[in-house]
Write a protein that binds this ligand. Sequence first.
Ligand code: HEC
Length: 148
Amino acid sequence: MKRIVVVAAALVFSAGAVVAQQDQVKQAQAQMKDNGKNAGALAAMVKGEKPYDQATVNAALAQFEDTVKKFPTLFPESTKGLSPEGDYAASPKIWEDKAGFEAHVASFAKAVADAKGKIKDLDTLKAELPVIGKQCGGCHETYRIKKG
Ligand code: HEC
């Protein structure tokens, strides 16, 4: 009897841990979706679909900086192999090539910091957005998986 209780308790505990990990995976995805939204807002200005707006630029850069800060805890080892609903998942390479992933985070951080001081009008946005975009794409190429 005692043994059954212990086993049941262990099961409940590990189910709780899985839920926490799924939440973590969802949180990482939400952070990335916000990146996508902000990058989309900047691209709309570059394409002339929206007028240049410094507040939108500043908000996007602030959110990218927030992502940089969160990267070190966004993909804990416990979430390896888990995948959120949707089209994309984190590649196991994040954990298998940690140094490479951290190098991508660092170069993304640098691109965002550089852009922050430079983007003041449409011309400077046009010059800087591809620099940031290259960092997004560079990391995705190796560390993001397109499902299905
Ligand atoms: C250092 C690596 C890295 C950088 C830099 C990075 N991403 Fe990601 N991104 C990922 C990983 C890993 C995933 C897959 C995880 C996920 O989708 O939850 C992802 C997923 C995404 C997704 C898909 C979200 C979904 O599941 O629907 C979008 C959109 C996205 N990133 C946008 C961006 C944009 C825009 C930038 C640049 C401003 C950026 N990312 C920079 C690693 C990165």
